[in-house]
Design a protein around this ligand. Structure first.
Ligand code: FAD
Length: 312
C-alpha cells in the first residue's frame, strides 16, 4: 500500500477510525468474516486507523485489528500510538514490531493520561518527542500523523502555545494532522488561518464523531476535551433529553418514550453531522476522518449523504 501522503497530494482523503473491542464477541463483530471492517472496505476508505489504549491496555487487540486490515489489503492501516508508560526501548520494540507486521503508518500521540496520572510515566513526555524519536530510530519508514486541537488541547496554557507545539511536531518530521473533534466552526476557521500563518503546511484531516448517541456525545465533549457545543447541537440534546439524565436515565421514563427519544436524537444527530461535514469541506481541509465507532450502517449513510464516497 502507498503512503496516504500521496492521496493528500491529489485530492481530499476519506478515512475511518475504529477501536479494539474488549471482548471476543466484539472482536468477531469487527474483524470476523463479513464483519464491520469488511463492510467498511466496501466504501473504499483511503485508510482505517485503530486506537491504542492508554497505559498499554488492549495493545494486543490493537495489533490484531491492524493485522487484519493489512492482511486483507483493501486499505491502509494506521495505528495510533502513545507515550503512556512506555520506555524508549519499549517504544523502539513496539514500533519495529508494527513495521514487521507491515504497519508503516502511525498517529503519534502523547496519549490520554490515565485517571490520577500527572505525566506519561514513560521516557517521552509529549508527542513532539515521540515524532522526533520515531524519525531518529526509523527514518522515513513511517508516515506519521499527529493530533491537532482546533480549540486548543484541554491542558494547553494557551492556543498559541498549542500551535507552537504543533509546528514543532512538523519540524520534528510529522507528515499530517488528524484533528480533535470540534463543533465550533468559527473557532475551526480561526485555527486553520492561525496554523497556516504559523508556517504549518501539513495536510489537515478532520476528525468527525458522528452524533448518534446522547451519552457518547456529552461524554466525548466534556469528559476529556472541553469542546464548545453550538446552540443547534445543545438543542438536539435538550429536545431529546432522557429524564432524569441520560446517564442514569432509562429508569425515569417509560421504555417506549426512551426508545423514541433515542431514535429522534440519532436522526437529528445524523443530519447535524452531515451538515458539519459540508461546512468542513468548505474550509479548505484535506480529508475527513470519521470515527466509525465500530459501526457500519449509520456511518455508511453519513458518508454517502455527505458525498464522501465520491472522493475516492
Ligand atoms: P501533545 O501534543 O504532546 O500535547 C499535550 C499537551 O502538552 C498540550 O496541552 C500541549 O499544548 C502541551 N505540549 C505539547 N508539547 C509540549 C512541549 N514540548 N512542552 C510543553 N508542553 C507541550 N489517546 C489515546 O490514548 N489513544 C488513542 O488512540 C487516541 N487517539 C486519538 C485520535 C485523535 C484523532 C486525536 C485528536 C486524539 C487521540 N487521542 C488518543 C487523545 C490524545 O492522546 C489526547 O488528546 C492527549 O491528551 C494529548 O495527546 P497529543 O498527542 O495531542 O499531546
Amino acid at each position: 500500500m502507498n503512503s496516504v501522503m500521496e492521496i493528500f497530494d491529489e485530492r481530499s482523503a476519506f478515512s475511518f477510525e475504529v477501536f479494539p473491542p474488549k471482548t471476543d464477541v466484539g472482536m468477531e463483530k469487527l474483524c470476523g468474516k463479513g464483519g464491520v471492517l469488511e463492510q467498511l472496505y466496501t466504501l473504499n476508505p483511503d485508510y482505517i486507523s485503530c486506537t491504542y489504549g492508554a497505559g498499554g491496555t488492549n495493545v494486543g487487540k490493537n495489533l490484531e485489528v491492524l493485522d487484519k486490515i493489512v492482511q486483507d489489503g483493501k486499505t491502509v492501516g494506521v495505528t495510533h500510538f502513545t507515550c503512556i508508560g512506555n520506555t524508549k526501548e519499549g517504544i523502539r520494540e513496539q514500533l519495529q514490531n508494527y513495521l514487521d507486521h507491515g504497519i508503516n503508518h502511525m498517529l503519534a500521540l502523547r496519549g490520554d493520561l490515565p485517571f490520577g496520572w500527572t505525566g506519561t510515566g514513560g521516557d517521552l513526555h509529549y508527542a513532539t518527542e515521540l515524532v522526533k524519536f520515531a524519525r531518529k530510530e526509523f527514518g522515513d519508514k513511517f508516515t506519521i500523523a499527529v493530533a491537532g486541537s482546533p480549540e486548543g488541547h484541554i491542558q494547553c496554557r494557551s492556543l498559541e502555545a498549542d500551535i507552537a507545539f504543533l509546528k514543532q511536531k512538523q519540524d520534528n518530521g510529522a507528515d499530517y494532522i488528524m484533528t480533535q473533534l470540534c463543533w465550533d466552526m468559527d473557532q475551526f476557521r480561526y485555527w486553520m488561518d492561525a496554523i497556516r500563518a504559523a508556517g504549518i503546511w501539513m495536510p489537515v484531516d478532520v476528525g468527525i464523531m458522528p452524533i448518534l448517541d446522547q451519552k457518547a456525545t456529552i461524554n466525548m465533549a466534556l469528559s476529556r476535551n472541553g469542546c464548545v457545543m453550538p446552540r443547534a447541537l445543545s438543542e438536539i440534546i435538550s429536545k431529546n433529553w432522557i429524564f432524569p439524565d441520560p446517564f442514569t436515565g432509562d429508569k425515569g421514563e417509560t421504555d417506549a418514550l426512551c426508545a423514541q427519544k433515542k431514535e429522534d436524537f440519532k436522526k437529528a444527530g445524523i443530519e447535524y453531522t452531515i451538515n458539519q461535514i459540508d461546512e468542513y469541506r468548505a474550509c479548505g481541509i484535506n480529508g475527513i476522518h470519521l470515527y466509525a465507532l465500530n459501526k457500519f450502517d449509520d456511518v455508511a449513510y453519513i458518508a454517502k449523504e455527505a458525498g464522501l464516497l465520491d472522493l475516492v
